[in-house]
Design a protein around this ligand. Sequence first.
Ligand SMILES: *Cc1c(COP(=O)(O)O)cnc(C)c1O
Length: 376
Amino acid sequence: MRDPILLTPGPLSTSLRTKSAMLTDWGSWDQSFNQLTASVCRDLLEIVNGGASHVCVPLQGSGTFAVEAAIGTLLPRDGKLLVLANGAYGKRMAQAVEIMGRQVVLSHSADDVAPDAAELARILQSDPAITHVGVIHCETSVGILNPLRELAAVVAEAGRALIVDAMSSFGALPIDLRTLQAEAVIASANKCLEGVPGMGFVLVQRERLLASRGNSHSLSMDLLAQYEYMQKTGQWRFTPPTHVVAALRAALDQYIEQGGQPARLARYRNNCERLLAGMQRSGFRSLLPPELQAPIIATFHAPRHPGYDFSRFYEAVRDKGFVLYPGKLTQIETFRVGCIGAIDHAEIDQAVAAIAQAIDELGWSTEWQAETGAFA
Ligand SMILES: *Cc1c(COP(=O)(O)O)cnc(C)c1O
């Protein structure tokens, strides 16, 4: 029996080679482990052409830890962050700032609407106190692709700094730091890079990081302190997630061998197209129009059957070897299916078949479906 396939946006299914890389116990003082960290950081910068302008600061913890650390380090105590929020991760970024006790303002758009560049320009013009703008590249709550380039151009034009949560896009969707003006790009090991969970990283403009002294409210989440310690010693400041770093090194080796970002994007696109087409054949309707759908995770309307219950659905599909993800919308009942991880069209096709079979077995596809002809 193989492990269940995780159709979730991280943790996700990883390759055997990536899992096997965790069979060594590394000492944190070991020179070879320090070299491993340095090589991972070099490659992460390389993926977005950031080597000339940015440095990579890795951080223990999940992706949110890296977001919180980046903001805590880069947003001055008297700075003000504008967050463009069209989902849960935008709101979470704003919440982190609120908890730090710094100024934050939210610009909301609906979950299925991308933030508008003209509206952003208007807000920045009307509020000169805003020093930073936070953008979520792919808002994983529904899988929407936000227009990073257009938004970044407006932020740069207005002379403000941009902080990008690229957690669920990094490595798959193109980001080029030679042309995109971003003070920081934040991501983690366990999404499109197909590593295991346990560390995030921030690619940050070197000058801005060095100018951030005194901003951080936190001992362990101070990226400048982490960076300076690493520069001086080659080591992480506190206990490093050694196995996670080794797994990420192996995942990056495979990423490069497979053709890097264009190849990763092509595989995920293919996964996503097969998923959308297959689910549509089974009567499901996806939430987003194709032009807003990132090839990362898709949101589907739940079956309208009165007996529908996500946990029962989850269990039934889980029994067939696939792990679904709950929806994150308050208004509409939805569920999500991820397209990322060490999977390709074979697993996607099997997943689509398993979902259809589960719906059948649960008896959720009878009279009402004949009546409406679709799940939503
Ligand atoms: C996954 C994700 C995060 C971080 O989530 P963690 O659960 O802390 O790893 C942040 N932003 C986005 C857009 C994400 O997809």
